[in-house]
Design a protein around this ligand. Sequence first.
Ligand code: PRP
Ligand code: URA
Ligand code: MG
Length: 204
Amino acid sequence: MTVVDHPLAGHLLADLRDAGTEPERYRTLAERLTSVLVLEATRSLPTVTETVQTPITATKVTRIGRHVVAVPILRAGLGMLSAATDLLPDIGVGYVGLERNEETLQPTEYYYKAPSLDDASVLLLDPMLATGGSAAFAAKLLRDRGATDLTLVCIIAAPEGIERLTQSDPNIRIVTACVDEGLNDVGYIVPGLGDFGDRLFGTF
Ligand SMILES: O=P(O)(O)OC[C@H]1O[C@H](OP(=O)(O)OP(=O)(O)O)[C@H](O)[C@@H]1O
Ligand SMILES: O=c1cc[nH]c(=O)[nH]1
Ligand SMILES: [Mg+2]
């Protein structure tokens, strides 16, 4: 697991945590912080070497050598998608729609659509890894559809979620901005930032 302890990540996360941050600014902050996380999540992508002609001379250059597919978990993961598509314009995009039942904390699937995952590096985007039920469900869905190289990019992870996800999918990589203390008795991350989806879309 990688915890991105860059000062900029901490700075952006501070405002995301702040209960006074309004949805408009929330969306901007989520996008910026995701850019930092995606840079880390793509650090080990394979590269290919080519030759280009600069105005001065020919030189060897490197380019990304594998197709990347981003899969946000609806709805909160949508707040992370534009950062991935901005950084990697050739990216494929899939969607997994999941909603956590507030009493049982079990995820229910309501949507799935994705391009081929064969030979792709798949970035699963979901800001909150709480019990880990949603991420584990989505990871299994993507594995069953051919994902071999799979990374969860999340903004905050709870230890309970990390444990659950890595138990169910030992080969998944996790890139996060912070590991928080744990969960409260209604399954929210403490100190966390509240309900990411509600804060992103103003559904209070
Ligand atoms: O680790 P877990 O305990 O499964 O909780 C995390 C999930 O909860 C939130 O989604 P939510 O179900 O609130 O849906 P939303 O994105 O539509 O708000 C969040 O975006 C994760 O998908
Ligand atoms: O703390 C939490 C847990 C699940 N989903 C959220 O949006 N926040
Ligand atoms: Mg929610």
